[in-house]
Design a binder for this molecule. Sequence first.
Ligand SMILES: *Cc1c(COP(=O)(O)O)cnc(C)c1O
Length: 337
Amino acid sequence: MLNWSQLSFSYIPTDYNVRCTFKDGKWGDIEVSDSAYIPMHMAAVCLHYGQEAFEGLKAFRGKDGKIRIFRMDENAKRFVRSAEKMLMAPLPVEKFCEMVKKVVKLNERFIPPYGSGASLYIRPLEIGVSPKVGVSSSDEFLVVIFVTPVGPYFKAGFKPIKVCISRDYDRVPPKGTGSIKVGGNYGASLEAGEKAHEWGYSNLLYLDPQEKKYIDECGAANFYGIKNNTYVTPASESILPSITNMSLQQLVKDMGMNVERRQVPIEELSEFEEAGACGTAAVCSPISQIDDIDTGISYVISKDGEPGPITTKLYNRIRAIQLGEEPDIHNWCVILE
Ligand SMILES: *Cc1c(COP(=O)(O)O)cnc(C)c1O
């Protein structure tokens, strides 16, 4: 059917999506749709004022043939936090999980086989759909969850990336929506991402928007550095708490290493033995070099341009848990029967 190993990270049509509407103060039944379109009033709040939130998670076909969904409950909880902050009705965690399991089951034929390196990406989203012209919250909300198969992020092998620092762009303002997963943050960062590409980098490494002294996020991924047997990751109110980062921190502790969640000053970049960007899409992308565009300073993290041993180990560990190759001692995977 599909050439699994050639898939990229783009939308491929699948059979069904699931939907649920919040209307008259309550959530309705879960509906199954075979349409990829959302009929909507042109004055819907989400279209004009960005009342939206989304999630991203993955399902895998394991070594034992079973379907595993990685940390679905954490995505459900974050979806609630995002909705609340955007003044949208929060979808109950149980309903989120039920919808995710249902849409994965319905599209089982699109789950890439074990060994292909590919997976089924699950995209939940919530939008305010009431027609309004004045700026206010919607009364009606729609949650849609669709899936699409995605290829291995590192097609040409696990390769380090180069990123840059520029003080001309912020992803989010200091007291803004940085800690929730909403489309507006992405819209606001498209230009910066484009600039970084123009300059020859994979992405921008954002500084904290208040003082521009500390590392925040790496594009739409969390940042970590490793030195002296310690995994260091920035603490900041403008960072989206990544579930991958949370998982890496646990694995690092399991390996007997230390974890520090704290402010990371730019200068500390020169001390890291390894650095990486982490998120659901790639698990972790090793960072080989960080160029500060404004000061001209280059932080060379990987002297030989190869991924570091700890990043490689962490990447392999997470993959092995997702694929059922290693015991899931923290109960991260939900197995679909
Ligand atoms: C989704 C996202 C991440 C990664 O989070 P995961 O839960 O690991 O996928 C990091 N930063 C931003 C801004 C995000 O939107």
